[in-house]
Design a protein around this ligand. Structure first.
Ligand SMILES: *Cc1c(COP(=O)(O)O)cnc(C)c1O
Length: 419
């Protein structure tokens, strides 16, 4: 079930201080959750979580995670710049390549980051843009379907990422020829899964393959990178992933394959790290009754695109009405001229009055970060509910001049307020 740890008073107090809509993040929740992950893998001394920056690229959050011992997983020049600005460097950063401009390799190498190569053709690009490091990670795609028992967890055969079984030995031999001494092995085979067997099954695959490839190539197998994909319970009937059980499951496979130890483990969790610790706070500003009952709110898909993009479920509560019966059925919509701009469709909720504060749950990952500007709508603010109970603005809401900024080359620049 979604995270109900904050009382409504936190949201109402924040909404008195900051105009809606905004995402509010719970510092204490993020810290305790990060500690739990580190506890789950404490048996592996070189374990490190590299938070997937794309999930919540806010410096205040990244610094909190740094204090909790996390590194960062970056996939673009701007994410690398953000990582550096927040004090991350060297082995605290991984760059995951993915059809990116080659200069980004050089930028990551200058930072001393680990490089995770997506394709065999990336080897020459890395050689020419920053050089081949002593330890280099390669991304694996086993193809076909990835199943645990009878359950299909993902379709790597349709995914654009990684290298095939046949390419991996060739890639590693080439890297060895260019001076690499050790390698990591990375794979991301299932997204948003709450199945506690996912990481243990993935780890088993990577551990065994890494051991075999080390034997074949003479390179040392330095680490397995289990990447992201551990899910969160967006729906009330779903249960939370027991991360301690996940860590224990990975330990069992580890001890079976590497009784002598010596191989590291990394993760790049995004959603699991911050998803349940963010809420989109928005106000009911319109009501209309046609063939259905609609509540219009001051947030829209530009603040949270997951429902529009994936049909994703996000739980909604109405401040002050948590204990009232959900005896009204609403579509909760934003203001975009786009009919998929709905946070909820035919959702039973308590009766909503104009001015009510609605809280959309689990927006702490892939929420604000996926924002966009359709219809000239501006992205909202981000607020940190700090461990001491006070609230702090950690990203201001966009203003019109931000939206117009790239038009400073247009003759209308002055009329747009740009000079
Ligand atoms: C998106 C991504 C992640 C994080 O995924 P979550 O589902 O948020 O855990 C980690 N690693 C890579 C390479 C990614 O692209």
């Amino acid at each position: 079930m979604p995270n109900f740890s904050l009382p409504d008073s936190v949201f109402t107090r924040a909404a008195e201080q900051f105009p809606t809509p905004f995402h509010l993040y719970d510092e204490q929740g993020i810290r305790e959750n990060a500690r739990l992950l580190n506890k789950a893998f404490a048996w592996c001394p070189s374990f490190r979580e590299y938070f997937a920056v794309k999930a919540l690229p806010n410096p205040a959050i990244l610094r909190i995670l740094k204090e909790e011992g996390c590194g960062l997983d970056c996939s673009s020049a701007t994410e690398l710049t953000l990582a550096k600005a927040c004090g991350f460097s060297g082995e605290e950063v991984i760059l995951s390549a993915n059809a990116m401009p080659p200069e980004e390799f050089a930028q990551a190498r200058a930072l001393g980051a680990f490089i995770n190569l997506d394709d065999i053709s990336d080897i020459d690009l890395l050689r020419d843009n920053g050089g081949i490091p002593e330890t280099v990670c390669v991304r694996y795609n086993p193809g076909g379907q990835f199943s645990i028992g009878n359950t299909i967890m993902g379709n790597p055969g349709e995914a654009k990422y990684g290298m095939t079984d046949a390419q991996l030995p060739e890639a590693l031999e080439r890297l060895a020829g260019l001076g690499a001494k050790a390698f990591g092995l990375h794979a991301f085979l299932s997204s948003n899964t709450t199945d506690e067997n996912y990481f243990p099954a993935l780890a088993g695959t990577l551990f065994r393959l890494g051991k075999k490839l080390a034997g074949e190539t003479g390179l040392r197998f330095a680490f397995a990178d289990l990447s992201g994909g551990v899910g969160i319970p967006y729906r009330p009937e779903q249960k939370k992933t027991d991360i301690l059980a996940v860590g224990e499951g990975v330990r069992r496979v580890y001890e079976e394959v590497f009784p002598e130890g010596g191989v590291g483990i990394k993760t790049e969790l995004g959603r699991w790290m911050t998803g349940p610790f963010g809420w989109l706070v928005t106000r009911a500003v319109h009501e209309k009754k046609i063939y259905r009952d609609y509540i219009g709110v001051d947030a829209s898909a530009v603040n949270l695109i997951r429902p529009a993009m994936y049909g994703a479920y996000h739980h909604i509560t109405v401040c002050g009405k948590r204990d009232m019966p959900a005896d009204h059925v609403y579509d909760v919509t934003g203001s975009l001229c786009e009919n998929n701009d709905k946070f909820a469709v035919e959702r039973p909720l308590p009766e909503i009055r104009l001015g009510d504060l609605l809280v959309i749950h689990d927006t702490g990952a892939h929420g604000s970060a996926m924002g966009y500007n359709y219809n000239g709508r501006l992205r909202g603010a981000e607020v940190l509910h700090q461990a001491d109970g006070t609230d702090r603005l950690i990203r201001r809401a966009e203003r019109a001049e931000d939206y117009f900024a790239t038009l400073d080359i247009d003759p209308a620049a002055k009329a747009l307020g740009l000079e």
